[in-house]
Design a protein around this ligand. Structure first.
Ligand SMILES: [Zn+2]
Length: 337
């Protein structure tokens, strides 16, 4: 008897098999760093290990006199986790990122906060099913042919954070053309100054919500005495007149005069015109810059008015342990002139 194939029937409904929503999990998280004024967050869709990754369905049966029912065509469905991570400001959608992964889709973001208020990270979670069709006469299947995708909505997730922006103090920085200072180093110094002011170190300290940021590039200048050292009043006046708030030099031998303590090193000089600093031990440069900015804002400018207490930023002797500011000193930072 010749093999006689009779195509009779049984188009099984070409329907997607819905992935079980309970087999997928979802989450969102958001946080705010006052040290960088940055919002960070993520949304994630992931699949439980025991959930099916794919599903194979015969979509076309035929009757064979010899072999009985034969599957002539199969549809394969492959499932992926997908997520949109929306960052919402108090005014509305701020940005969206997205990710797709076979088992664990994570979309993250990092953005500078632009306003006070409640920001939220919202995840929109989906399973995406890709469909492939294969024609399989007598069990010899053609290569899979992609025929389309379906999206299954498995809900949302949300997390919130209350943002209170620090007072941003923008500094244009210049350096003597013989002085080495990269933007990375400047960011490190300003980060240190920000951290010591924001942190409440107790014992009379005030958490002072400021954020120092650089503006534009670090431009070189040629004013100063030989080898980038400031030796006297005219040289200091010339350096202070360089455009920008911060001038970085190789040495300072004169501020309002020679060093008050004979033999001491002057690490910085600040007045209403600006701030001149020298490179100093890496752990104390943030203190130097914040201290001189305090002078620039009118703190302890008269002779003998430095804060007499050690451990305070506006104490005259600079070291890395000077991290505290009084409430009124903080006020000068929070309300720049
Ligand atoms: Zn000082």
């Amino acid at each position: 008897m010749s093999r006689h194939l009779v195509i009779v029937l049984l188009w099984s409904a070409v329907l997607a098999w819905s992935p079980a929503a309970h087999s997928y999990s979802r989450a969102s998280g958001i946080s705010f760093s006052t040290l960088t004024a940055t919002l960070s967050g993520y949304s994630q869709t992931w699949k439980d290990p025991w959930d099916a990754d794919y599903y194979v369905d015969c979509v076309f049966w035929a009757w064979d006199d010899v072999y009985g029912y034969q599957c002539m065509a199969i549809q394969t469905q492959i499932n992926y986790a997908h997520v949109f991570a929306d960052l919402n400001s108090p005014a509305g959608l701020h940005q969206t990122t997205a990710a797709t992964d076979f088992t664990n889709a994570v979309a993250g973001y990092s953005a500078v906060a632009t306003m006070d208020g409640t920001w939220s990270g919202q995840g929109r979670h989906y399973v995406i099913s890709d469909f492939y069709y294969q024609w399989c006469p007598y069990n010899f299947c053609t290569p899979p042919l992609y025929t389309g995708s379906m999206w299954f909505d498995i809900g949302t997730s949300e997390d919130q954070v209350l943002v209170t922006l620090p007072v941003i103090i923008s500094m244009k920085i210049s350096r003597h053309d013989t002085t080495s200072l990269s933007m990375g180093e400047a960011l490190g110094i300003l980060g240190m100054a920000t951290e010591l002011l924001q942190t409440d170190d107790n014992d009379g300290d005030t958490a002072c919500s400021v954020l120092f940021l650089p503006i534009a590039d670090i431009d070189p200048f040629s004013e100063s005495g030989p080898e980038g050292v400031v030796n006297d009043q005219p040289e200091m006046a010339a350096v202070m007149a360089v455009p920008g708030l911060v001038q970085v030099v190789n040495g300072i031998e004169w501020c309002n005069g020679p060093p008050h303590i004979p033999g001491a090193t002057i690490t910085g000089c600040g007045n209403s015109q600006g701030i001149t600093v020298r490179r100093w031990t890496p752990t104390a440069e943030g203190v130097v810059w914040a201290h001189e900015y305090g002078h620039n804002q009118g703190l302890s400018v008269l002779p003998g008015t430095h804060n007499p207490n050690s451990g305070f930023l506006m104490n005259q002797t600079i070291n890395e342990g000077q991290r505290r500011v009084t409430a009124s000193e903080c006020n000068a930072f929070l309300n720049p002139i």
